[in-house]
Design a protein around this ligand. Sequence first.
Ligand SMILES: [Zn+2]
Length: 668
Amino acid sequence: MGTALIYDEEMTSYKLLWDDPECEVEVPERLTVSYEALVRSGLADHCVSIPVREATEEEILLIHSEEYLEKVKKTPHMSVQELKDFALQFNAVYFHPNSYHCAKLAVGAALQLVDHVLMGKVRNGMALVRPPGHHSMRDAACGFCTFNNVAIAAQYAKQKYGLKRVLIVDWDIHHGQGVQYCFEDDPSVLYFSWHRYEHSIFWPHLPESDYDAVGKDKGVGFNINVPWNKVGMTNSDFLSVFCHVLLPVAYEFCPELVLVSAGYDSGIGDPEGEMCATPDIFAHLTHLLMNLAGGKVCAVLEGGYNLTSLSQSVCQTVQTLLGDPNPRPENLRSPCQSALESIHCVRWAHRRYWSCLGHAADLSSFQISTKPSGSPKEAGESTWKDKVAVVWPEPVKRVAPPVRTAALLSDEAVCPEGCKRLATSDKLDPRVAGKLRENFLEGEGDSEALSALSGLITLTEKMEKDEILNGLAVVRDITMATACVVQHVTMAPNNRVLVVCVGDGEAPSNITEDRKALVVRIGSRETKQSKCKNDIPVCLKKGCADVSGVIQAVFGLLLPLGYEFDPSLVLLVRMPGSEVSDGVWQQLTGLLQCLAQGHVLVLIQECEKSCVSPTACSLLGEPAPPLGQLQAPLPQDVEDMERLRRKLLADWTLLQTTAADTGKRQEL
Ligand SMILES: [Zn+2]
């Protein structure tokens, strides 16, 4: 199952024909540079190329009115003056004699992508299109958009394939008000948008772009707006919104298809967005969506006006869709006050609609700002040229190791298809062997145990050298194996290990003392938090069999902790008798690959061999199966997790969900 790439040079065949400072950033080169970057990097070669087609009138009418379509149909025959006059009816739009043709291709490209993904011909994909779509409304063009490509795609997927739940993630820096208007009363489409807002100072200046526009009638709760009230938002701000707003809600919703309104004006250097998120963040945003809907993710280009930032970000997205390992997240620090305020407001506004947000903090005791802070900008103070003159390092080339998944198994076990079997090692450096004996085998000469541990060490070393991306090992003594890996890996000065223990059982003690390991234990056993701050027990009343509880812990605690800790290796440890379902286990295995450049090592005890095959699938990059619409987590668990989160705030800034949390951090 591959990744589709849809592009046609034909969509560069229209441009602005008169002077209009508002529209001059929307140029044909946006498409050509993006596509050329994909070709140059070799990514285009790895994609399945799918031809575009023109959308039919019937398809356009899924969202737009006949009257509007008839008007646009006349544009190919208009003079420049007539086009100019026609465009003036709308907000921030221009037309060209080829606009109509290209707009039909843009819709058709989105529909081709949806068809190929939903028919199972490809797993996921991206459509590079012009004109963009998310501002366009039933009766009107708006903001460079003619037809609403993604809204039509959502409606088409519902109608043609009978889908009941579609998620639209709009990470463009403008509010896709057109999409919101289409689906605000429709509970089958969950629309999420973050956008530069600055308390409505920023275009399109709509009150309904604010956090309290949550949808209407039956669709109440299915429209999520995260307004950015300041410019300069960073990777941390974006990730925090994903972990604390979008992902828990998306998992509760359980979409059958994810459409991304993939605008890159939210990236650094963009003259429209003026944000500071670097191109690599789009690898993470993409990855975090790829275990939803069985991996059916369709990204459709919207905005993006800094050609360098745009093309780099498009490459990051496509490379992640292809399944290549993510870069280590860069520059993560505390989300800013303004972002936290927005997160707080959105969580509060939606807490009555989504059980995962049911515990969100009150707004009443909190003074929210209603005006942009800082002095208002003088008009013309910073020019378009200043805004795009920002520089940032080129993203590091992401190279996939030659072997994706290695397996360390007993001789009689069958190696899962696609994995490379590693032999347990007999030829061991005598010094390492001596150390292993001394530390773990109490001097006894059990050669079988010794060669199993040395096999593990060989595996971690190959991962460190990027010869192998990830791996799984079936071990006899999981506590000893965990301790052995952590001890060996953390000997190197810059290494850090995130240990995720699933289920109760004897987790190794004393491995976190030098803080180069962070242990998060998810289980049912009430354990006192050890004195070491890096040993974090998350207790769920029903243990890991409780799907909603585990998912709540993953987004509220585990992923933010993981991102902030930024490990070089993730060790996922399945304790015997954990009762975790295959589905949840695969979600965990899939999601954790966003960390440590995808270096995830899974340890499984011999008695749990049945999970080897689903584990291997996830490590090989197969999306996890959907978990179904989630029930509310147990109130007691939520309360306990919230207490734990507050306790951890002093050390972990990405756990913040309100601006008030920063105050708490300072008090501590
Ligand atoms: Zn935009």
